[in-house]
Design a protein around this ligand. Structure first.
Ligand code: NAP
Ligand code: MG
Length: 401
């Protein structure tokens, strides 16, 4: 069989630990035998990030802007323990944070739904994609522990010196205060990324805040979304047969629990942090969750939602067998290849991505899976496979399709 050709390279960001091992196996077993794989390779493994003073991460983000599509392996975010483990020169920043900042992107997380791994919420028939605004609010706050009685004020000083001043509270005793912010630019980018992604995936978009209580702050999010929707997206949504729907956050939560799925739920930063953990755990497993960073200019970076699965890697280093789930990492590749195929009008590449995803799902539904899924599946007669054998089982299914 002739290999599928690619006209534009994908930006390939390699990573760390167990996912780095899976990365290599996925390429060797599932991609290279079928595709004349063109990638521009960046090694974001912690050793090379340290060697290049993290320049490689910045370069990979720039390459993503240039080519438009990247696929990323999970990477270590250094902490104190990693400083000594890897003899780091500095506690380098999270690569995901660096890339997100460079692309000004929004992260969309979607569970991979298979028969036999049922969501805890039994009416969820289709995936729910969570879009989290990843800038500002309580994540960039300023806090004061108020020691005793006094007046707390909110003051804004313009460049010309004029001031806006509001009293927060007249304290009669000790307490706490917090200042948070967001910017029109960041909220606009978030809104556009959400509208674009909804059009891209032909799904309804839900957005919710607490605008009844937060009449300026949260209400401004609602207004920006509505404004951009009416100016730039309403017609396109109608043509695509999809809907934009705004409601109060408490109403959204209640409706999500009763919904059948198949939509995108856009959340402010804190809501997205909390709700993405709820949605992903209710769908079954972090190892079955994909993640894509979409910039307002239409640049895409695909990855798995989980980390480098450190505990499994240490077992692997000791020569013990591992049963690590490669599904989300395979779907990062298929997501990127499909997007590359769409952009380059390369139907063979798009069809390959569809077929590989189908092979993964059929393999699991036939009862062959890794240990994490075997523990939660409702299927009987399950075969638990090790990391490599699962990938080889997917290849067998793929060849039989
Ligand atoms: P993790 O890699 O997500 O794994 C946590 C636990 O979840 C694992 O020990 C395992 O449970 C289970 N798990 C996650 N993915 C799995 C998979 N594919 N197959 C089977 N089980 C899976 O989180 P972590 O161990 O806390 O973090 C390790 C490193 O990842 C850290 O250095 C962190 O900085 C990094 N990280 C990177 C990203 C990213 O690049 N996007 C995201 C998160 C974390 P059992 O051990 O019970 O089997
Ligand atoms: Mg969280």
């Amino acid at each position: 069989m002739e290999k599928i050709k690619m006209s534009t390279p994908l930006v390939e960001m390699d990573g760390d630990e167990m996912t780095r091992i899976l990365w290599k196996m996925i390429k060797e077993e599932l991609l290279l035998p079928y595709i004349d794989l063109k990638t521009e390779y960046y090694d974001l493994g912690l050793e090379y990030r340290n060697e290049t003073n993290d320049q490689v991460t910045i370069d990979s983000a720039e390459a993503t802007k240039k080519y438009g599509v990247a696929v990323k392996c999970a990477t270590i975010t250094p902490n104190a323990a990693r400083m000594s483990e890897y003899h780091l020169k500095e506690m380098w920043k999270s690569p995901n944070g660096t890339i997100r900042a460079a692309l000004d992107g929004t992260v969309f997380r979607t569970p991979i739904v298979v028969k036999g791994i049922e969501p805890c919420v039994k009416n969820w028939e289709k995936p729910i994609t969570l879009a989290r605004h990843a800038y500002g609010d309580v994540y960039k706050n300023t806090e004061i522990r108020v020691p005793g009685a006094g007046t707390a004020e909110l003051v804004f000083t313009a460049q010309d010196g004029t001031q806006i001043r509001e009293t927060i509270h007249q304290f009669t005793g000790a307490g706490i205060i917090q200042g948070i912010h967001n910017t029109d630019k960041s909220i606009e980018s978030f809104a556009k990324a959400c509208f674009n992604y909804a059009l891209d995936t032909k799904q309804d978009l839900w957005f919710a805040t607490k605008d009844t209580i937060s009449k300026k702050y949260d209400h401004h999010f609602k207004d920006i979304f509505q404004d951009i929707y009416e100016k730039e997206y309403e017609e396109k949504f109608k043509a695509a047969g999809i809907e934009y729907f705004y409601t109060l956050i408490d109403d959204a939560v209640a409706r999500v629990m009763k919904a059948r799925g198949g939509f995108i739920w856009a959340c402010k930063n804190y809501d997205g942090d909390v709700m993405s953990d709820m949605v992903s755990s209710a769908f079954g497993s972090l190892a079955m969750m994909t993640s894509v960073l979409v910039s307002p200019s239409g640049v895409y970076e695909y990855e798995a939602a989980h980390g480098t699965v450190q505990r499994h890697y240490y077992k692997h280093l000791k020569g013990e067998e591992t049963s690590t789930n490669s599904v989300a990492t395979i779907f990062a590749w298929t997501g990127a290849l499909r997007k590359r195929g769409e952009l380059d009008r390369n139907q063979e590449l798009t069809a390959f991505a569809d077929r590989l995803e189908k092979a993964v799902i059929q393999t699991i539904e036939s009862g062959k899976m890794t240990k994490d899924l075997a523990l939660i599946t409702s299927l009987k007669d399950v075969t638990v496979l090790n990391s490599g054998d699962f990938i080889r089982a997917v290849r067998e299914t793929f060849d039989s399709l």
